[in-house]
Design a protein around this ligand. Structure first.
Ligand code: NAD
Length: 468
């Protein structure tokens, strides 16, 4: 079995102990991960702090080229990384799976290279010259989840590095191996200490997020952990970008064509087996087309093969871990007990691994746990409405607001309703599509700050106003 190592200051670092990473497709072992300690976190932060001295003053073009080089390295090693990602995360390589994630990671790094933050001239006359400069912050801590570990890692560290910061990344203990290998590869094109990785249990997270030499934390994960990160960062007033949980609503208006929208609804809800922050997690459908939408969605979903990540025939894979699977099963059981009607899937076959069939629950209602809580798995509740104002009120009723969508043939009416939804992003006749230049993030308890594009890059800088 491969020996995975942390990378600190450009060097491979082992730990005294390791922990097993589970392959969710089989329940077997995917690999042994170094169990880093607080000492490793401190060493990584020290290495990043040292590298910051030169990286923060490196020429802008050098930092842009570093992003291009990272993109090229990710592309060159895409095959190897996709195999490893699929092994530990569970997603198949096909479709919107592991190969797609690697393509996205490389694409985002390349796009980041071309972003820039030129000096802004506020005033330039014989009274005064005032300029606003964007400067890096220092050492950035990046903490990533287990659903899209490589792509989200790149979303964190590419703009941080582009802006002149240095980074310590700590991946989820569920999917650390692909990040360890990715960082090792990227260290062949980056100066030592610019990008470091430490792995270990959740308990090393707070060591990083409270470290006095960390200037900023960029975190993607659940809302409860995000709150803990915010608290631990308060002592030293660290800058924060928090991309947290959601419970995205979709609203289908009565004029939509059920057959036409079925495919979009399906992928909006089930990409990565529903384990995506901005997946559609509640679907509100007008009474007049409710049954037709349920039928079309079930017919489309029934043809999507779900299986092991290593099986070339699989289009969607397992739930990533046992805890998440237990939550999905609990929410389905609760929905059934409270009047939910299973129109697809519903019951897991016995066997190894964390595979769960794609599941659609009709006759779902607000107040059911499956509707009110984030399921983060392959199950979608479908709720009937008669008055669109009620659907809108339900969509906006929760404390989270990451994404939302409206489905209709009337684009103007759909846009009008979309703009009344309380979410950081909203889509018309689609759900969850991202663009590297379009700001992405949550409102309410779905997060703080924005990723992507110039707005995202700015979050890795501070302003300095020069009066000369
Ligand atoms: P999680 O919050 O359990 O873990 C995320 C990361 O935080 C892991 O690396 C974990 O080790 C680390 N961590 C745990 N406790 C910590 C602490 N006290 N201090 C610092 N770090 C700590 O989330 P998860 O289960 O890995 O991911 C699923 C959640 O992430 C879902 O709620 C999902 O909606 C959300 N998510 C959001 C986005 C987004 O962009 N908004 C993207 C992906 C996932």
């Amino acid at each position: 079995m491969t020996d995975y190592t942390m990378t600190i200051g450009g060097k491979a670092v082992t730990a005294a102990t390791t922990f097993d990473v589970i392959n969710p497709s089989t329940g077997g072992i995917a690999g042994a991960c170094p169990s880093g300690t607080a000492d490793d976190v401190n060493a990584a932060v020290a290495a990043a702090k040292e590298a910051y001295k030169t990286w923060s003053v490196a020429d802008d073009e050098v930092r842009a080229q570093a992003c291009r080089d990272m993109s090229a390295a990710l592309t060159e090693h895409a095959d190897e990384l996709a195999i490893l990602l699929s092994l530990e995360q569970g997603k198949p390589r096909a479709g919107l799976g592991a190969d797609f994630e690697l393509g996205g990671a490389a694409g985002w790094a390349a796009n980041t290279a071309e972003l820039s933050l030129p000096v802004e001239i506020i005033q330039d006359n014989n009274q005064a010259k005032i300029e606003v400069h964007r400067k890096p912050l220092g050492v950035v801590a990046s903490i990533t989840p287990w659903n899209w570990p490589l792509m989200i890692g790149v979303w964190h560290f590419a703009p941080a590095i582009r802006a002149g910061n240095t980074v310590v990344i700590k991946p989820s203990p569920y999917t650390p191996l692909s990040t360890l290998r990715m960082v090792e590869i990227l260290n062949t094109v980056l100066p030592a200490g610019v990008l470091n990785v430490v792995t270990g249990p959740d308990s090393i997270g707070p060591v990083l997020t409270s470290h006095p030499d960390v200037a900023k934390v960029t975190f993607t994960g659940s809302t409860p952990t995000g709150k803990r990160v915010m608290a631990s960062a308060s002592d030293t007033l660290k800058r924060l970008t928090l991309e947290l949980g959601g419970n995205d609503a979709g609203i289908v208006l009565p004029d939509a064509d059920p057959k036409e929208i079925a495919e979009g609804l399906f992928w909006g809800a089930f990409i990565n087996s529903g384990q995506t922050c901005a997946c559609m997690k509640r679907l509100y459908v007008h009474d007049s087309i409710y049954d037709a939408v349920c039928d079309e969605l079930a017919a489309f979903a029934a043809n999507i093969p779900v299986g092991a990540g290593s099986d070339a025939n699989s289009v969607l894979g397992p739930v990533q871990n046992a805890t998440q699977l237990a939550l999905v099963e609990e929410l389905i059981a609760d929905a059934k007990a409270n009047g939910g009607r299973v129109i697809l899937g519903g019951e897991r076959a016995e066997g190894a691994g964390y595979l769960h069939p794609l599941t659609l629950i009709a006759d779902a209602k607000d107040g059911m746990r499956l509707v009110d809580e984030e399921q983060f798995g392959p199950v979608l509740p479908i709720i009937r409405y008669t008055d669109v104002e009620d659907a809108l009120a339900s969509a906006n009723a929760l404390s989270v607001g990451l994404g939302a969508s409206v489905w209709s043939k009337d684009l103007e009416a759909a846009k009008k309703l979309a703009l009344r939804m309380e979410s950081g992003s909203v889509w018309v006749n689609g759900h969850g599509g991202l663009n590297p230049n379009a700001p992405f993030g949550g409102v309410k308890q779905s997060g703080v700050g924005r990723q992507f594009g110039v707005e995202g890059l700015k979050e890795f800088t501070c302003m300095q106003t020069l009066h000369a």
